[in-house]
Design a protein around this ligand. Sequence first.
Ligand SMILES: Nc1ncnc2c1ncn2[C@@H]1O[C@H](COP(=O)(O)OP(=O)(O)OP(=O)(O)O)[C@@H](O)[C@H]1O
Ligand SMILES: [Mg+2]
Length: 316
Amino acid sequence: MPHDVIDVLPVSTSPLIRIRDAVLEFKIGKSWGAKRDLRVLDDISLDVNEGEIIALLGESGSGKTTLGKAMLGLHPLTSGSIAVEPPKAASSRRHGAYDLQMVFQDPLSSFNPRFTVGSSIALPLRLQLKMSEEQISERVADLLSRVGLNASFAHRHPHEMSGGQLQRAAIARALALSPRLIVADEAVSKLDVSVRAQILNLIKSLNRSEKIAFVFITHDLGVAQFLADRVAVMYFGRIVELGPVDQVMDSPRHPYTTMLMNARKGEAPVAEEAKRSAKGCNFANRCPRALGKCHDARPEVTACGEDHEFWCFNPV
Ligand SMILES: Nc1ncnc2c1ncn2[C@@H]1O[C@H](COP(=O)(O)OP(=O)(O)OP(=O)(O)O)[C@@H](O)[C@H]1O
Ligand SMILES: [Mg+2]
């Protein structure tokens, strides 16, 4: 992991986005056949605070991307609510700013191959902010320089750029409308290790110097540890543990978090097959510490230490 050279500022605790009891069910099945509901977000409550980086951890299929997209309003909830709070210092907001943006895993497929990167970055400026052509080219150059790219990259097409350069450009595009929060979905997982470190440093410096909050979705515990202030561990559509990154990583309380940490140390693989318990804890059928009641009731939240919470009847 890259060495952290940026001063750590205290993280505010004013919520930027409040998620309450969010449930999201997808209808799955053939269009002509029987449909069933797949519950992908299962009663999620979470605040993301102004200026913080929160990592979403959890194995494939646990609902991380769906939660990120739901935050941007890309998936309507089945029930519950997601509210974006107005900024605390309203005067500090630039005119026309848009609150949330998303950066995806594969920078090549997130750009239109027929457009120059500059015109892709310019699109929201033209459509949402109605800027003049002169303002646009100035702003595109400024955005590129904020992500460490020379202004000449505006004239390149996506296939003329490396993965790392393109991911920088994707971040520049996300910055165009001055968001308060960027959801970054596995934004470094397709990059080489050295480039990965550069992009992580870029995200960290944008967070520290411009106070942009990030929800950083990742499978990589090392990345979470380097970047995040807090982590939320998801299992089967539920948050099972939430807290400051060092507390959750050093003293995990939920058996699933422990399993993730041990898998990282190479002690035990995280099994693929999982069946969700109908009325109990989602992890009960896989949990080495499960008690009888784990199959019958959902555990309520337990607080341990400052801001550290877990949902388990028989914690580690
Ligand atoms: N549009 C959709 N329609 C139906 N089911 C979906 C849809 N999008 C996601 N799912 C299902 O929802 C579940 C959660 O998917 P999601 O992509 O949020 O997981 P994830 O945690 O991001 O996984 P990964 O780590 O593999 O990216 C999966 O079972 C997936 O198949
Ligand atoms: Mg995903």
